[in-house]
Write a protein that binds this ligand. Structure first.
Ligand SMILES: Nc1ncnc2c1ncn2[C@@H]1O[C@H](COP(=O)(O)OP(=O)(O)OP(=O)(O)O)[C@@H](O)[C@H]1O
Ligand SMILES: [Mg+2]
Length: 148
């Protein structure tokens, strides 16, 4: 199943300007799957939520390291792994609950819920004080009638 057809890895500091860069970079990588505009937008939205979480929650008062690995697996499966080495999450189940947030009033607590609904699967692994790894997966369906 884990037949890796192609991959890309990149790393960047948690400055807010890298949020739009990283979602666009993943979208560019995913373009080789010939996704629909809707699929591209779903991927961008999910990556944007995950990276924003690293920027605002993982490194609340400093600039830290964020890495992204995107893999194209056989069968048109896209996997995106967003990792940070920040504060980590104490209770992952609680963090994933819709509307739960430890952030300020600007945060609505919907990031994980959005990632879950825009992608096929979401896995969150975290060690408090060590960091968090978010794995997003989405199958990109081959469009009938070939590429246009
Ligand atoms: N990378 C991370 N490092 C540390 N804590 C995180 C990380 N990602 C999420 N969290 C924790 O999980 C909570 C829920 O995240 P989620 O993205 O669902 O909501 P939010 O970021 O608080 O609000 P929103 O995404 O709607 O602006 C956060 O408030 C934070 O406590
Ligand atoms: Mg969030």
């Amino acid at each position: 199943m884990k037949n890796v057809v192609n991959y890309v890895k990149f790393e960047f500091p948690s400055c807010s300007s890298n949020e739009s860069f990283s979602r666009t970079a993943v979208a560019c990588f995913a373009a080789q799957l010939d996704p629909t505009l809707e699929e591209i937008n779903d991927i961008k939205t999910a990556v944007s939520e995950a990276v924003t979480n690293c920027i605002v929650h993982a490194y609340p008062d400093r600039i830290g390291r964020i890495s992204i690995r995107a893999r194209l697996l056989s069968g048109g499966n896209l996997e995106v792994v967003i990792r940070d080495w920040g504060v980590g999450i104490e209770d992952i189940e609680k963090a994933r609950t819709p509307l739960f947030s430890t952030g300020n009033e600007e945060r609505s607590g919907m990031g994980f819920t959005i990632m879950e609904s825009f992608m096929d699967s979401l896995r969150v692994r975290s060690v408090p004080g060590r960091g968090t790894t978010v794995t997003l997966k989405k199958k990109i369906s081959r469009r009938s009638g070939g590429r246009s």
